[in-house]
Design a protein around this ligand. Structure first.
Ligand code: NAD
Length: 435
């Protein structure tokens, strides 16, 4: 089948490349000419493991192409996916839908023959209705369906997630649209991916409910971690103790600096706003947003306390900048707020991240970037492990210790064992762990 993917970012590019890998003919359209030019030259504008290979193979096979010309890519497509950004709107935190509606208008103008317009972007309940209305207003005679197909992939494991999803969610108001989208995913049925077909509004809400629930799980264990520190308990054992209960599950129970990234912060906020607007406030979600926001300050204070109450004039090494490993995405990374707070308190920051430094440069001032973890530790009074990249899991601790000027280590991901760190002469602080 022929697919046009509008937006070639983390979601659009991965989805487009994977659909091409299933055998569909895919055009990825992006309005950023530099991005399209790079993709045409075989350069991948984002870091996502395995993406470069799958893009190259499918581009060579002629199934995947890139364009800035949306009007030229829509006619003849069976499905046009909208995979553009839905960031937080300045001021009120509601999802900014201007990119989605802008794309819908452009698509409407170019429609030829029956086409399914699919929102893959995360959009608030009712957005599909509005997309439908926009297209009908622009092109009253056009034959189309508007279907919601939210994306659940995780950055860093996006290809695996797209190809082996826990479920495929199709929200439609008519049979024809639902059937066509299900057909696009048919190659996945061999992997026994369950297809859940619902109404469009239900699908839209399900995506937000999923993200809010995961954010809540993270925030819950973070608050339990704080309590552990006060009562001399160990949050990792608590997490294991509750996570082995199938009703709870083990995932998303890792205490740390709070959730970040391009989805959870904006999606929890947007869901809370949607609920308020409908007179049905989600007080749990509102609290999750507030607690997570506060956590960055708490983490900066934790670092301050580990440094004896002041970081003024001290060099602090930050290992890891991205909100999680295996991505270069710096959007809403906890590192941003924590580093700014440390700088405000007078610290000099030196940092290293395997993939995130280029994006971080645009967002942070006065940070010295190092070429690796050891260079980053050089001359530092304290070292903060911010993101649990695999390459930070087995550092040569003797080398780190020798490079540092001080011996303070704050491990915000509980990667290391307190007793090992003590043995190496570090003054070690984890999250939610006694001692
Ligand atoms: P992104 O910012 O990486 O990519 C969006 C792309 O769309 C950009 O390259 C931009 O230039 C392009 N664009 C915007 N308007 C356009 C238009 N009219 N025509 C053509 N191109 C246009 O965003 P993303 O991270 O891929 O997220 C996209 C959506 O998917 C969001 O709603 C997000 O919430 C959702 N989502 C993201 C993830 C994730 O892990 N990143 C996971 C699931 C869902």
């Amino acid at each position: 089948m022929r697919i046009t993917m509008v937006g070639a970012g983390y979601v659009g590019l991965v989805s487009g490349a994977c659909f091409a890998d299933f055998g569909h003919e895919v055009v990825c359209v992006d309005k950023d000419p530099a991005r399209v030019e790079a993709l045409r030259a075989g350069e991948i504008p984002i870091f996502e493991p395995g993406l470069e290979e799958i893009v190259a193979t499918n581009a060579q096979a002629g199934r995947l192409s890139f364009s800035t010309d949306l009007a030229g890519a829509v006619p003849g497509a069976d499905a046009v996916f909208i995979a553009v950004g839905t960031p937080s709107r300045r001021g009120d935190g509601f999802a900014d839908l201007s990119y989605v509606y802008g794309a819908a208008r452009e698509i409407a103008a170019a429609l030829e023959g029956y086409t399914v317009v699919v929102t893959k972007s995360t959009v608030p309940v009712g957005t599909g209705d509005e997309v439908d209305r926009i297209i009908r207003e622009e092109r009253p005679q056009a034959e189309f369906s508007v279907v919601s197909n939210p994306e659940f992939l995780r950055e860093g494991a996006a290809i695996e997630d797209f190809k082996r999803p826990d479920r495929i969610l199709i929200g439609a108001e008519d049979e024809r649209g639902a059937r066509l989208v299900a057909e696009l995913y048919r190659p996945l049925y061999l992997n026994a991916a369950p297809v859940l077909t619902t109404g469009r509004r239900t699908a839209e809400l399900t995506k937000y409910a999923a993200n809010a629930f995961l954010a809540l799980k993270i925030t819950f264990i973070n608050e339990i971690a704080d309590l552990c520190e006060q009562v001399g308990a160990d949050v990792q054992d608590v997490a294991r103790g509750i996570g082995l209960d199938n009703r709870i599950g083990r995932k998303f129970l890792h205490a740390g600096p709070g959730y970040g990234g391009s989805c959870f912060p904006k999606d929890t906020l947007a869901l809370a706003r949607t609920a308020q607007n409908h007179g049905s406030p989600l007080r749990l979600v509102e609290t999750v947003v507030a607690v997570n926001e506060q956590r960055r300050t708490t983490m900066a204070r934790k670092i301050l306390a580990a440094c004896g109450g002041s970081v003024r004039g001290k060099r602090i090494a930050i290992l890891g900048l991205t909100f999680k490993p295996n991505t270069d995405d710096m959007r809403e990374a906890p590192a941003l707020a924590i580093i700014r707070a440390l700088q405000d308190a007078g610290a000099a920051i030196q940092a290293f991240d395997p993939e995130g430094m280029e994006n971080a440069r645009a967002l942070l001032d006065d940070v010295e970037y190092a070429k690796d973890a050891y260079a980053c530790a050089q001359g530092a009074e304290a070292l903060v492990l911010m993101t649990e990249w695999d390459s930070f899991r087995a550092l040569d601790l003797r080398r780190i210790k020798a490079a540092m000027a001080g011996n303070v280590v704050v491990d915000l991901r509980n990667v290391y064992r307190p007793q090992d760190m003590a043995r190496h002469g570090f003054a070690y602080t984890g999250v939610g762990r006694a001692g």
